[in-house]
Design a protein around this ligand. Structure first.
Ligand SMILES: NC(=O)c1ccc[n+]([C@@H]2O[C@H](COP(=O)([O-])OP(=O)(O)OC[C@H]3O[C@@H](n4cnc5c(N)ncnc54)[C@H](O)[C@@H]3O)[C@@H](O)[C@H]2O)c1
Length: 431
């Protein structure tokens, strides 16, 4: 029965039979709601994005034909500051996915207490099917279409899957042409030569390592000699792998889109990076002692498991087989709520995405601050500030999880959603 207070049913633009990643996010919000006290009367704010822009992105192909792509920019919540979140180019991008990613940005930014709301963007395209010039035209047209709602004080995009420094440079240039001024602060993750920040490329993987070290200390796992398994060896997984290996851990297994390599004595990570740079995948790495099928990756026993590829990788199907002590979510949304429960029952400590991979947006924040003042910091300064913020965030989340006897995910949501809804409440509703 629908009462006056429960009148907020699903928005009509969602398919109730297949909510996709947005459905996962809604379940996470339902779990935190009982812990929000009087702020829970504002919780509906978190269950619907503030603003959704769907755009048509037409480009002229190199052969003279015209192609149209579906693009989105979702601003989930801006109570605490301008929108912030990446832009993904992928053939499977959907509105549900961009909505969920934008909401996780709201939570993440509040969790590490950077003064941003949450946003995300995407184009439903496989960029491998485009030439460099087509990609540039696509990026510029998309930027022009969303320029109505982005800006250094409104919403600041950044790279995500299949977008990089070059794409950010094109976005910044397109926006600057429209606005008639330099506007370096409109995007982060830019090349250093265009107001980018030292340490940004490594920031997410570094953050995963920093919180991993804290979690290991709590669990009594020594990093020296710890067995680490990583899914995804790109920006996040690759950097995290290097940092764990440099700290004396043994990276015993790595999986990417094309293969799974194993060495129980520890893979040589520097050599593995060279191999990936040459052939595009970990597959066939001569330093491996075994090559496994895709699904067998989840059977490898480890001390620390780092999913750093895609969403919904750890599910009710494979969670019962996973034998590890700590999961560090480098990817966004890699664990379904059902898998979360199974692993928690098995006493696996899960450091959630909204905390574990927040290092990237933290250094994006540093980049934005540096651009505003046109005063650039040293890499040591950036890494030290990043480490400090990540350690502080972990300690706060840990304290909440102990006090309330909840998982680190729910604890992070409690901390973050409280900050967001406090801002909402104190601002009040306009008009
Ligand atoms: N880059 C960042 O700063 C950042 C920040 C926060 C979160 N993330 C998240 O981290 C994840 C990875 O991002 P990235 O920037 O490292 O991307 P990336 O494109 O650099 O690397 C992705 C890696 O995942 C692998 N992969 C792709 N499909 C796979 C599959 N089906 N099975 C196994 N491996 C597969 C790829 O081979 C590659 O090694 C994404 O979920 C992203 O949203 C990234």
């Amino acid at each position: 029965m629908t009462t006056a207070h429960q009148q907020h049913v699903l928005p009509s633009y969602l398919n109730p039979d297949d909510l996709g990643p947005w459905g996962v996010y809604l379940q996470q919000i339902d779990r935190v709601t009982p812990h929000l006290g009087s702020l829970s009367r504002w919780v509906e704010t978190l269950k619907r994005p503030k603003r959704i822009l769907t755009v048509d992105v037409p480009i002229e192909r190199d052969d003279g034909t015209i192609s149209h792509y579906e693009g989105y920019r979702v601003q989930h919540n801006m109570s605490r500051g301008p929108g912030k979140g990446g832009v993904r180019f992928h053939q499977d991008v959907t509105l549900s996915e961009v909505m969920a990613l934008s909401a996780w940005m709201t939570v993440k930014n509040a969790a590490v207490n950077v003064p941003y709301g949450g946003a995300k963007g995407g184009i439903r395209v496989d960029p491998k099917t485009l030439s460099r010039n087509e990609l540039q035209r696509l990026t510029r047209r998309y930027t022009s279409e969303i320029s109505l709602i982005i800006g250094p004080n409104k919403d600041i995009p950044a790279p995500d899957v299949n977008t990089n420094e070059q794409v950010m440079a094109w976005m910044m240039d397109s926006y600057a042409m429209i606005e008639g001024n330099l506007s370096t602060g409109v995007v982060t993750g830019k090349p250093i030569s265009l107001g980018g920040s030292l340490g940004r490329r490594e920031a997410t993987g570094r953050g995963v390592f920093v919180v991993g070290r804290e979690a290991a200390a709590q669990r009594g796992v020594a990093i020296e000699g710890a067995r680490v398994a990583i899914q995804g060896f790109g920006n996040v997984g690759g950097v995290a792998g290097t940092m764990f290996s440099d700290a004396g851990a043994k990276v015993i297994a790595v999986q990417d889109h094309n293969g799974t390599v194993v060495h129980q004595g520890g893979l040589d990570i520097a050599q593995l990076h060279k191999h990936v740079a040459e052939v595009g995948s970990v597959a066939g790495f001569p330093g491996a002692e075994a090559f496994l099928d895709r699904d067998a990756f989840w059977d490898i026993e480890s001390d620390i498991l780092i999913p750093a590829a895609l969403e919904q990788q750890i599910t009710a199907d494979n969670a019962p087989r996973i034998r590890t002590k700590i999961i560090l979510e480098g990817a966004n949304g890699p664990t379904t709520p059902e898998a979360d429960d199974i692993l928690t029952d098995k006493d696996v400590l899960i450091v959630p995405d909204v905390l574990a991979n927040a290092g990237g947006v933290t250094v994006s924040y540093f980049e934005w601050v540096q651009d505003f003042s046109s005063f650039f910091w040293s890499e040591d300064e950036i890494n030290a500030r990043l480490t400090h913020i990540m350690q502080d965030a972990f300690k706060s989340v840990w304290a909440v999880s102990q006090e309330k006897k909840v998982t680190l995910r729910t604890a992070t949501f409690i901390l973050a959603c409280t900050r967001v809804l406090q801002a909402r409440e104190v601002r009040g509703l306009y008009p």
